[in-house]
Design a protein around this ligand. Sequence first.
Ligand code: PA5
Length: 426
Amino acid sequence: DIGAALGDEADPGVDEDDLEELDEQVAAAHETIAAGRENGEFGYAALNLPEETDPTRIREAVEPVEDAAYVLTVGIGGSALGAKTVTAALADEPDRHVILDNVDPEHIERTLEGLPLEDTAINVVSKSGTTAETLANFLVVRAAYEDAGVDWTELTVVTTGESGPLAELVEEHDLPRLPVPDGVPGRFAALSSVGLVPPAILGVDIEGLLEGASAAADGLGPSLFDSPGYAYGAVCYALEEEGAAVNAVMPYAERLEYFAEWFAQLWAESLGKEGRGQTPARALGATDQHSQLQLYRAGPADKMVTVVRPQERADVQIPESEHDSLSYFAGADLGQLLDAEYDATVASLAEAGRPAVEIELDDLDAEGVGELLYAMEAATVLVGELADIETFTQPAVEWGKRAARGLLSGEETEETRTVAERPSYR
Ligand code: PA5
């Protein structure tokens, strides 16, 4: 469900009439999106993943490592965040999934020292097969396994395209390989083999996740009032037009903390183009009520806050206390307290005339998370259509990738020349 504390009096603000007016543009955008999906066009094809991903194929590929104590994902951006979001939200033991995305040497050393390598599956993921961080980290990981006398070939599952160094490695060592889906940018690939290998190893109900996503796909239609994903995208777009340059995403569930990070990538990399795009900020309720909320309520009026919560929570009673001053806890549980914090945040923002959009999941289960991820992808695609930008490209990211490769290889390219000539104030 999507709800919104909106109105003309909010700043920035939109009211129902604004949304009614926008609905015509949503209908036109939906037509483009539906045609793109039908023809399997680049990017739009991502919205077909719930139907096209074959969970059985993923389960078969992970069979050799399904008893591993840990899974180490070596990948970055869209090739890591989706998987981590799903395991963090749904695995019984999410800490068994470790990701190596950054190339910070201290971090990789500490990570590898802390893992029982003989019992740790490696999931190396790169759509392009050429990303420097992923390949460098993988070479370091492989060397660590070899130094420890562990046969990494027995423990590795690769997700990559048909060609490139990773595909060659698969051939050379006869490793299980899962394909990256055609026409799907990395950040839109969570609901494919790019995002589902670690969840499958950790026993997550990936079938249920895809079913939830499928239900959200079936719900897409020509009106924002009928589909939660489009409703969210349309409200964000309308608020951005009114000056909401920042979208702070604040789940009230620890299990969704990674979701905010995944969303930030999806939103920023897809929509940050042609001088527009909201800056996604990551927050966690109730923790950030004690920090960022001050800014969201009383700082510049250039933000919207997206709060997310499940309607069902585990039941952990707050024990009775001998102190009268704590009597207000009587009979309450922690979930009630967290929900009270949530309600307080929404009310506090509304009182200050700052917009808050509420996303409520029936349950934080596989279906609910599948629906949430799909809805956010649909929202992103819709905003891209409404703003008339190229949602599915990432030229700035590609520039950085080429520059990093050029700097290491010593080859002179346009990017390396720009780096050499950059103004320096050191
Ligand atoms: O969304 C994207 O395209 C990026 O975030 C990529 O997922 C990221 O750069 C990793 O790329 P690759 O999977 O090719 O290694």
